[in-house]
Design a protein around this ligand. Structure first.
Ligand code: HEM
Length: 518
């Protein structure tokens, strides 16, 4: 009997225990269900079906996760991927959950124009150096205007010519010396490295003054600086997507030193900037005129502190060096593929007057139609900047090409999409300088409206006059006296342009044969 009671009790206990557990597990199931539903709502349904940006066309994966574009970015295919998406989805494309690109030139004008006063997105905070903003990293439109007042005059065309022309000409001569030495030694010239050196020397001399600038063209001691900087380009997309990776133990073990924006190269730049500032401060008499430098200009203005000036110089060196070198490289590569355009350019240059030392006048070069057409067509097909010109849609949102984009969304006018628009540029993938020569006045207006290699509006490239002076003087000097032919490695594959910060050629080289024109 006792045994039977115990059995009944046992059963009851089991039942009782079970009936206690049932509501607990139901609650658990309900909570898991709720959490899954919430996650599905937040990360799938909301972005795809009823979120703020769900009406904007684009690849579904791009709407769901920012890492879809990140994948294309770190694979160095960002710009071509975005161009492909525009061909599929039209002028307004959602490229990330909160980011949209605009391929119509009217929309481009709207977001960059001075009248519109868009702020930059937080993306640009990555470019703060020494804990201080520079022109490029300043987000707020109004703050940028204040900062620009301390710097812009140094880059006005008249100042660039007065202060920079002689210095650039001296580096052009150094370039020709280095180029002929290379050709003799190796019977082929890696013109990309030499253009890199040329623009590095010009930039450092313009920023720090002649005395503190580099001589990477002719001094073997300075040359490694440029090689390191060039290699670091490949890592720039990883860095912009994961700027703090190197602060983790694993990151430090796996990442190359070129990944870190300030790495070895940054340390050298910092040393140079410090020594320049110390020399300047020790000798107050060696002021602006003597220094011929951006630093001289900024310190004369007295509005920026030491770290702000250092930040500006660091950033401008990076902004101005590789972009100019890349443009020069693609001009030389395109001309090497096209002997007939080389001939046309040479005959145009041969009609120009020279001074008593045989040098071409800059004003004449500015009005050489073939030279201009060759440079412009190269800037169109091979824009050298990354195309990451993010801005933030202001309060109230805006409508672009009929599509409403809410406030706070990041918007970009991707340069390559405009430059490859088949409605504007006939056979857009072909390098055809004649399009700039044969266009009627009306057609030219259309071509120019979509041509934005230096950006547009309030944040247009501050260094464009310096860059164009370098390009005109160097290309004219080379092609007046020399002929170039493709080296074996200068193939389409090697010269394919990557989606890095300055859109460099895949092979990080461009080997050409250089002969004196007979
Ligand atoms: C062919 C050469 C160059 C190209 C294609 C180029 C392209 C560009 C582009 C597209 C922008 C606009 C970025 C934006 O809107 O967010 C820009 C801005 C800038 N560039 Fe250049 N650039 C070149 C050379 C230079 C040089 C030589 C310098 C030297 C100082 C320079 C310094 C800057 C700076 C400081 C900005 C930021 C301006 C601002 O935010 O107000 N660039 N550049």
């Amino acid at each position: 009997m006792a045994h039977r009671v115990a059995k009944v009790l046992d059963k009851t206990m089991v039942d009782i225990t079970f009936s206690h557990e049932q509501p607990a597990s139901l609650v658990l199931v309900f909570l898991v269900f709720l959490a899954t539903g919430f996650i599905i709502h937040l990360y799938i349904l909301e972005p795809l079906l009823y979120g703020r940006l769900s009406h904007i066309p684009g690849p579904r994966l791009a709407s769901l996760s920012k890492y879809y574009l990140t994948y294309h970015d770190v694979s160095l295919r960002r710009n071509e991927t975005i161009s492909q998406w525009h061909r599929t989805y039209g002028p307004v494309v959602r490229i990330r959950p909160n980011e949209v690109t605009l391929g119509n030139p009217n929309d481009y004008r709207e977001i960059y124009d001075t009248k519109s006063r868009y702020d930059k997105s937080k993306y640009f905070s990555r470019f703060v150096v020494y804990g201080e903003d520079n022109l490029f990293s300043t987000l707020k439109y109004a703050d940028h205007q204040v900062m620009k007042r301390s710097i812009a005059a140094a880059y006005a065309k008249s100042n660039v010519v007065t202060k920079g022309e002689e210095m650039v000409r001296e580096r052009v001569d150094a370039f020709i010396t280095a180029m002929t030495m290379e050709q003799k030694a190796h019977s082929v010239v890696d013109i990309f490295v030499l253009f890199d050196c040329f623009s590095h020397d010009v930039m450092t001399r313009f920023l720090y003054g002649q005395k503190h600038g580099t001589d990477t063209l002719l001094s073997s001691q300075d040359r490694p600086l440029v090689v390191n900087l060039k290699r670091s380009q490949i890592w720039t997309p990883l860095w912009v997507n994961f700027p703090t990776l190197h602060t983790y133990w694993l990151g430090r073990q796996l990442l190359p030193k070129e990944y870190v924006k300030n790495g070895e190269y940054g340390a050298d730049v910092t040393r140079r900037i410090e020594s320049l500032m110390n020399a300047h401060d020790a000798d107050k008499e060696s002021k602006y005129e003597e220094m011929f430098s951006l630093y001289g200009h900024m310190s004369k203005g007295g509005k920026l502190n030491r770290n702000q000036m250092a930040s500006e110089m660091f950033d401008e060196l990076k902004a101005g060096q590789m972009t100019t070198a890349t443009t020069l490289t693609y001009v030389a590569w395109r001309l090497s593929r096209s002997p007939e355009w080389q001939d046309r350019l040479r005959s145009e240059l041969s009609t120009l007057e020279t001074d008593e030392s045989g040098k071409l006048y800059l004003e004449d070069l500015e009005s050489c139609p073939v030279l201009e057409a060759v440079i412009k067509e190269t800037l169109r097909l091979h824009p050298a900047a990354s195309g990451r010109q993010e801005r933030v849609v202001p309060l109230g949102g805006r409508t672009y090409s009929g599509v409403y984009v809410p406030e706070g969304t990041a918007v970009i006018g991707p340069t390559l999409v405009l430059h490859l628009d088949p409605d504007v540029y006939d056979q857009p993938l072909q390098w055809r300088p004649e399009r700039w020569l044969d266009a009627s006045e009306e057609e030219m207006k259309t071509l120019e409206y979509s041509f934005v290699p230096f950006g547009h509006g309030a944040r247009v490239c501050i260094g464009q006059h310096l860059a164009m002076m370098e390009i005109r003087l160097l290309i004219a000097t080379i092609y007046r006296a020399y002929e170039t032919r493709l080296g074996e490695t200068a193939t389409d594959y090697e010269m394919h342009q990557l989606g890095t910060l300055a859109a460099v050629p895949r092979g990080l080289r461009c080997e050409l044969h250089v002969d004196r024109h007979s």
